[in-house]
Ligand binder design. Structure first.
Ligand code: FAD
Ligand code: 2HG
Ligand code: ZN
Length: 466
């Protein structure tokens, strides 16, 4: 058997039951959530702690065997599963220890395999809250979210994952360990490991633990779902920023996306768009505070002309029914087929241009566009499907068209001063388009950092590399 001595050694490090080589046992680690990316692993290795993680990396490096770090496998850019055959999947889910909440510091240390949902539970048990939330909360891990610099719905208030990481510990492919969980908000001693590793997509080191920020738990909520023309949505965002200090989310669903969510959930939205009249957009605003924010939210809506329809809720069940249309959007689309996903962003004021260029690129190729995202960050999840196969089913975008379609949209977004990757990462999906947003000298500097930290080049090869 190829690599027999490697597999024996890995079993010696993590225990034989945590080196999965049977096809059935590997399967769930080999295909990503989108079903677009798949590869066969040499083995799935499941370390139980930081020391085992470092030892596994050093052993793989000795044989030059590439390693794909994996958390919840909810990533959307093909970076969490093997490419081709012969890679080791390093599953970090067993590192799920939870430290004690430090209430005075507003922090907690968590193993890399702790889920986003568990982070929230731990925070709330201490009367605090976690600042990051998104639809994959029950599977996505804090290690994966740090590695992708995940965003989600609360970025408008608290920033992306990068802003939450007060400390990180990671294993390098050399077997070295870097970083700490001291969690000092003020420490200026040169290179800052959280800054370097957040967004590095498993290419520089494998995160084994993080020290994460906790925030106040605001228990009074109000939400509004409104239908309006897209330029008015941008105006609403400006008003919300001025008038709503407790703004917790400002999310976007274009009308075609709302149709998909409504069909999947089997529910008619309580507000109506009218695309023929230019009312093509839904915005979900959420406020959260220690005092009831309902009146201020209603005042903000009243300050904006051009809102065609709106519904508000302040009770948990009512809010959940509004939020569900947006929160379950990714799941809703995946029932239509396997979309081509382009996670892009520009300044919110340029969203009408971004949506228009995506519509042109899609319609000129006979593709179906389903756009939604995070209004506050000008972040659109451009989801594209191919020809209809029947009610509620679409073929994937024709592979012969996919690259040209992606290129046209990504080039267009870059031309708007935007980015080719807002929150999902570059992965392998968008690596070849990195030069649209990074100069050659910047890419060379990034490659030098990679070579210094991962000299054998085994960590997630192909990811983030044009
Ligand atoms: P994985 O998918 O396992 O891995 C993602 C990347 O991180 C890979 O490059 C992998 O190699 C690397 N990685 C994983 N663990 C480690 C580690 N311990 N050390 C080093 N590298 C590691 N993302 C958003 O930003 N905002 C959203 O709103 C959002 N909503 C989503 C909704 C749904 C329904 C789904 C399925 C996904 C969504 N995502 C969203 C994308 C995804 O959930 C995030 O990117 C998430 O952070 C990935 O975490 P994970 O643990 O699943 O990582
Ligand atoms: C979201 O915001 C996620 O719901 C998923 O980032 C985006 O499925 C997608 O394209
Ligand atoms: Zn998103």
């Amino acid at each position: 058997m190829p690599h027999a001595s490697l597999l024996d050694d890995l079993a010696g490090i993590v225990g034989g039951e945590h080196v999965l080589t049977d096809a059935d046992l590997r399967a769930g680690y080999e295909t990503d959530w989108t079903r677009r990316y798949h590869g066969e692993a040499l083995a799935v290795v499941r370390p139980g702690d930081a020391e085992q993680t470092a030892a596994v990396l050093a052993r793989c490096a000795a044989d030059g065997v590439p390693v794909v770090p994996q958390g919840g496998n909810t990533g959307m850019v093909g970076a969490s599963v093997p490419r081709g055959n012969g890679m080791v999947v390093l599953s970090m889910r067993r590192l799920d220890h939870v430290g004690e909440v430090n209430a005075a510091g507003g922090q907690v240390s968590l193993g890399a395999g702790v889920t986003i949902a568990r982070w929230r539970e731990v925070a709330r048990a201490a009367g605090l809250d976690s600042p990051v939330d998104f639809g994959a909360r029950d599977s996505a891990t804090v290690g994966g979210a740090t590695a992708t610099n995940a965003g989600g719905s609360r970025v408008v208030r608290f920033g992306t994952m990068r802003s939450q990481v007060m400390g990180v510990v990671a294993a390098l492919s050399t077997g070295a360990t870097v970083g700490s969980l001291a969690g000092l908000p003020k420490e200026t001693v040169g290179l800052h490991w959280p800054s370097l590793l957040a967004g590095s997509e498993g290419t520089l080191g494998v995160i084994t633990a993080v020290r994460l920020r906790l925030v106040p738990w605001y228990r009074q909520h109000a939400a509004a779902l409104v239908a309006l023309p897209l330029p008015v949505a941008v105006e609403l965002l400006s008003v919300a920023r001025r008038q709503l200090p407790h703004l917790d989310a400002a999310e976007l669903l274009m009308a075609d996306a709302m149709d998909v969510a409504a069909a999947h959930l089997g529910r008619t939205p309580p507000v109506h768009a009218d695309q023929a009249a230019g009312v093509d957009t839904f915005v979900l605003l959420e406020c959260a505070d220690h005092d009831d924010p309902t009146a201020e939210l209603a005042e903000a809506l009243a300050a904006v002309g051009g809102i065609a329809d709106s519904a508000m809720a302040s009770d948990p069940a009512g809010i959940a029914r509004l939020v569900e249309f947006r929160d379950r959007m990714a799941e809703s689309i995946s029932t239509l087929g396997v979309p081509l996903k382009l996670d892009v962003a520009t300044q919110p004021g340029r969203l009408p241009e971004l949506i228009a260029l995506a519509e042109r690129a899609a319609s000129s190729r006979g593709c179906h566009l389903v756009p939604f995202g995070h209004l506050a960050e000008g972040n659109v999840h451009v989801n594209l499907l191919g020809e209809p196969l029947g009610p509620g089913r679409y073929a994937p975008v024709d592979p012969a068209l996919a690259d040209g379609l992606a290129e046209e949209i990504l080039t267009g977004v870059a031309g708007l001063g935007g980015t080719i990757s807002a929150e999902h990462g570059v992965g392998i999906a968008k690596a070849k388009w990195l030069p649209l947003v990074r100069r050659a000298d910047e890419l060379a500097a990034a490659a030098a950092v990679k070579a210094a930290l991962d000299p054998s080049g085994i960590l997630n090869p192909g990811v983030l590399t044009p």
